[in-house]
Design a protein around this ligand. Structure first.
Ligand SMILES: [Zn+2]
Ligand SMILES: [Zn+2]
Length: 369
């Protein structure tokens, strides 16, 4: 009997965990191959999860290209940071979860001992990428979910409500990014006019969060009509195609000439930060949750003149995935509609070609091991 099998307390007859699994290993820039690997062992405070599906994301393209800092060495590294599945084995000291629990994840498990972790800012852990100090970022600094099995720390796991599907669960991790940003920017949006730039997965989950938290008008800005239409179905009060009209002018018109209380920049376009400056009202807020392909320029004097507060946040800190799970449990957060493409793990290269080339207008492409 292997160690994993020994660790598998199996009160309900869960199928035995095998010794080996299929995993997509990054061997070099743009060289990802599905190979056989040992099933990882959960350490203290960790569980082993049988992955049900793993979402793809723009960050994965940077990782595949070898352009992302602090990843494990080529030949060992299994990417994938938006996954969900079922707990199949428990490491030492774990009593928070049971075998058979369906779980969704936060990508980041902070060290839990640095100043930032102590105040909930574990996506900015001062021991980032230092596993010896307890930090793990699945699919980023440690092996992730493009595999049949993955280990994960209980600090970054949430039990899925019965009513939530695995598709929804993949997007709950994404919603955590929007929720953390809103948290950092002051939390309450009730009664406020909120603009979301960028109808990608983060933007569309943020639209839903703002609507459910009683924002007055939620205005979604983008360039692809299909994405804007999905945003409307998910609750945006107004959608604006930035190819057709000046987005800042449109926002001013919808807000009686004042501008928005809060602009959320989730597009990653280098021109949108300046559009945020123009669309935000005096004394309003701008929140940046995207990564940019290049330096951006904006009229900082106008930001000061208008007394605008700027916020940034990285990923899904501050326990905000827990809040997103709670909203999904109430049926107030929908993720499955964003899943447009499903591929088997063996077709990972084809899946990422679709993501890269936007073939078939993909929103969220998931891999099923
Ligand atoms: Zn991502
Ligand atoms: Zn830390």
């Amino acid at each position: 009997m292997t160690e994993v099998q020994a660790a598998l307390a199996d009160p309900v007859g869960t199928a035995a965990v095998p010794d080996t699994m299929r995993g997509a290993v990054l061997f070099g820039p743009d060289d990802i191959r599905v190979v056989e690997r040992a099933v990882p062992l959960p350490g203290p405070g960790e569980v082993l999860v049988k992955v049900a599906m793993c979402g793809t994301c723009g960050t994965d393209l940077k990782i595949f290209g070898g352009h992302f800092p602090q990843t494990p060495p080529f030949g060992e590294f299994i990417p994938g940071h938006e996954w969900t599945g079922t707990v199949v084995a428990l490491g030492d000291t774990v009593d928070e979860f049971r075998i058979g629990d369906k779980v969704c994840i936060e990508a980041h498990a902070g060290c839990g001992r640095c100043d930032n972790c102590l105040v909930g800012r574990y996506t900015a852990c001062l021991n980032y990428a230092n596993p010896a100090k307890g930090h793990r970022a699945t699919g980023l600094t440690t092996n992730g979910g493009f595999a049949e099995y993955a280990v994960h720390n209980v600090k970054a796991l949430y039990r899925m409500p019965e009513s939530v599907s695995f598709e929804d669960a993949v997007l709950i991790t994404t919603a955590g990014t929007g929720m953390y940003g809103l948290d950092v920017a002051g939390g309450f949006v009730a009664g406020e006019n909120v603009v979301v730039f960028g109808p990608g997965p983060v933007g569309l989950m943020t639209v839903q969060l703002c609507k459910q938290m009683a924002a007055r008008q939620v205005i979604l800005i983008g360039t692809r009509p299909s994405r804007l239409e999905l945003g409307r179905q998910l609750g945006a009060d107004h959608v604006i195609n930035a190819r057709e009209v000046n987005p800042a002018d449109a926002v001013l018109e919808l807000t009686g000439g004042e501008g928005a209380d809060l602009c959320v920049e989730a597009s990653g376009g280098v021109d949108t930060p300046q559009q945020c400056v123009e669309a935000t009202k005096r004394g309003g807020k701008m929140l940046f949750v995207a990564f940019y392909p290049d330096r951006v320029s904006l009229d900082l004097s106008a930001v000061v003149r208008k007394d605008i507060s700027m916020y940034t946040s990285r990923g899904e800190g501050g326990n905000n995935v827990k809040r997103a799970v709670a909203m999904a449990a109430e049926g107030k957060l929908r993720g499955a509609e964003l899943v447009t493409h499903r591929f088997g793990l063996d077709d990972i290269a084809e899946a990422f070609r679709v993501v890269r080339e936007r073939d078939g207008d993909p929103m969220k492409v998931v891999l099923v091991p």
